[in-house]
Design a binder for this molecule. Structure first.
Ligand SMILES: [Zn+2]
Length: 316
């Protein structure tokens, strides 16, 4: 039977159960926290992660896919501690989360040399542990497919070809990066069915989404609560339209919640939490989104497809 790597070793796909495909127990800048640790509160971060893990468990979630990579402070030991404390499965990635910047060690290496780094995390383990990456993460955002971003995409593609592991690609629908990302993966020979284009739910442009689906990829409707990119009502209408068009077997529902996020100074973070991200949490799906989708005709079967079956199929 097929198995998937978690922070506690391989788990049967059948054991994953209800899965959130895109959440972060901590998303901070690793250089900032190494140089200026006085700005960070480890104990508060741990408590926030634990509170969220327990809260989603209360909604029947058994597995969290945590697509943190380089520059999002991926920390295998921290994620394992969350899993050990709560019994959740936590699934980690390898990769680089950059919109353009690369540090010298990556600038001065070829695509194939970067591929080797990713393959190490998949075959040997992450950060000196025996925790193996289950997928590869990369990102394209406002700057688009710059040479540095393309290098990471090609390395991700080659690591996928070499190991059979799927890819999750952070995208920016506002500038249509998803299609460009799929072009690069396809040029490298990756089976589109291995690729999940994250944050596709940040747009309600059905024409763009259908064109993306035509490439054969998966799409993440994975930022519920981030009204700053698209309000909930538009996210709901888009998901309903895509379900109507028969795409339940290609979509994931998630929130891209970060139990800790260091992007903003406290006063701005508080302002955002009161306005453009007022509903954003790791449980918003269960408290409001899913009950509302059900009221509007979405079936339990469709929800299971998106939250149980699709994660298994993509990770397999
Ligand atoms: Zn994310």
């Amino acid at each position: 039977m097929a198995r998937v790597e978690t922070v506690n070793g391989p788990v049967e796909l059948e054991q994953l159960g209800r899965t959130l495909i895109h959440e972060h127990f901590r998303a901070t800048d690793e250089a900032m926290r190494f140089q200026f640790p006085h700005m960070y509160d480890e104990q508060a971060e741990w408590e926030a992660a634990l509170a969220d893990a327990n809260a989603v468990k209360g909604h029947g979630v058994q597995t969290i896919v945590e697509p943190s990579a380089m520059f999002l402070h991926r920390d295998a030991a921290f994620s394992k501690r969350v899993a050990d404390e709560t019994g959740l499965n936590v699934i980690l990635a390898t990769g680089v989360y950059t919109y353009d910047h690369l540090p010298q060690p990556l600038l001065n290496r070829s695509e194939d040399q970067v591929t080797e780094i990713f393959v190490h995390d998949i075959e040997t383990g992450i950060q000196g542990t025996d925790i193996k990456a289950a997928f590869i993460k990369c990102a394209a955002d406002e700057p688009g497919m710059t040479p540095n971003v393309e290098k990471i995409h090609r390395a991700a593609a080659r690591a996928s070809l070499q190991t059979g592991r799927p890819i999750m690609a952070h995208s920016r629908p506002a500038s249509g990066t998803g299609l460009d990302q799929m072009r690069v993966f396809t040029e490298e020979g990756v089976d589109p069915a291995k690729v999940q284009v994250a944050h596709t739910g940040d747009t309600d442009d059905l024409d763009y989404i259908e064109r993306l689906l035509d490439t054969g990829c998966w799409i993440g409707m994975d930022r519920y609560g981030l009204d700053i990119y698209l309000p909930t009502e538009q996210r709901q209408a888009t998901v309903l339209a895509l379900l109507e068009n028969g795409h339940a077997d290609r979509m994931f529902l998630s929130q891209d919640w970060c139990s800790t996020l260091d992007y903003f100074p406290p006063e701005i973070a508080e302002q955002l939490a009161a306005t453009a991200a007022a509903n954003w949490s790791m449980t918003f799906l269960f408290e409001q989104v899913i009950p509302e989708l059900k009221e509007r005709g979405v079936t339990d079967e469709q929800l299971d497809q998106m939250m149980v079956e699709n994660p298994k199929r993509w990770l397999a």
